[in-house]
Unconditional design. Structure first.
Length: 317
């Protein structure tokens, strides 16, 4: 990365800070309530306990890390450009802030692949036993968390709070921990390839095959046509929701991933341009926004989630 962010770039105005704070607060409320409600619905409704919904809950529980840890931290940094807490607690929060955000993204990417595999088995191989049964779901979910912890564990060692004159800063000291031969840029770009680009390509291939299969299916016999058409319609509805979740993930995560590739793989000195930091804040905010989009998609595209939400609200009010 050539160049650094210029000190002459103007700081955000009070109006901009208030606007961004409002957006973060809205994201906080939607993400916290939406993802908790998704979990409650699947937990309390036996008919919803299917692999696709288990994986959606897996994403929802990992997305809760954003409103609990990351969003309050982002709001604080808007107004105070310093790490507020020192000592062991400050060190722990510094490490967990970045770690948990990347951890959640890795869990989501793996869950989306598992949802695509589940849909592939249900549509392409309907007469065979499911590729991912409900009994195996806990093992797959546990695996997504173990993999996410493992691949993001270097951040726990590299991040630490450093004291400067007048303030504390949470910084990444990658080469100090892993040696001069190790490159954070290579680690980050490899991470984006494995947990953003490859999953999206794999998911796209699976859903294209599923779409072509559904499009070409014909139900033989007049007596079985109604039942077959109803099953196909259910599969299409579930597929629409699954694809919408994937598109939400792609729209939110791809801009930031592309930004890092352009930043690290080009020789252009882009940081002295004050517009670049603003662009980074936009794509970073978009990346965080995925935690609030997923529950909205579920309620928009799934009549089952909407029905259970109404039943839940009727009991509360």
């Amino acid at each position: 990365m050539n160049g650094t962010q210029p000190p002459s770039c103007p700081s955000a105005s009070t109006a901009e800070k208030i606007g961004v704070t409002f957006a973060y607060c809205l994201m906080f409320i939607v993400s916290l309530t939406g993802n908790i409600v998704i979990g409650i619905i699947v937990y309390k409704t036996k008919t919803m306990r299917k692999p696709i919904n288990f994986f959606i809950v897996n994403m929802a529980m990992s997305d809760l890390l954003y409103p609990i840890i990351l969003i309050p931290e982002e709001i604080q940094m808007l107004y105070i450009d310093s790490w507020l807490i020192g000592g062991p607690l400050g060190q722990a929060l510094c490490k967990l802030g970045v770690f948990l955000g990347d951890f959640s993204a890795a869990v989501s990417a793996q869950s989306l692949v598992l949802i695509a595999v589940d849909r592939f088995g249900a549509v392409i191989l309907p007469l065979r036993s499911p590729l991912i049964s409900s009994k195996l779901c806990p093992f797959f979910i546990l695996a997504t968390w173990i993999v996410a912890i493992a691949v993001n564990s270097p951040e726990l060692f590299a991040l630490k709070v450093v004291e400067y004159p007048g303030k504390l800063v949470c910084e990444r000291h990658w080469n100090e921990v892993f040696g001069e031969s190790s490159s954070f840029e290579n680690y980050l770009l490899s991470y984006k390839v494995v947990f953003t680009f490859i999953p999206l390509v794999l998911i796209a291939i699976l859903y294209i095959i599923i779409y072509l299969k559904l499009k070409s299916q014909k139900i033989p016999g007049e007596q079985s046509s109604n039942a077959g058409q109803q099953r196909q319609q259910r599969e299409r509805n579930v597929l629409k929701m699954a694809i919408a979740i994937v598109l939400g993930f792609a729209v939110c995560s791809l801009p930031l991933a592309i930004f890092w590739f352009l930043l690290f793989l080009t020789d252009i000195i882009i940081w002295p341009n004050c517009g670049v930091p603003y662009f980074f804040h936009i794509v970073y905010f978009l990346n965080l926004g995925n935690c609030a989009i997923n529950p909205c998609i579920c309620f928009i595209f799934s009549s089952n989630y909407r029905k259970e939400l109404k039943a839940l609200l009727s009991k509360l009010f």
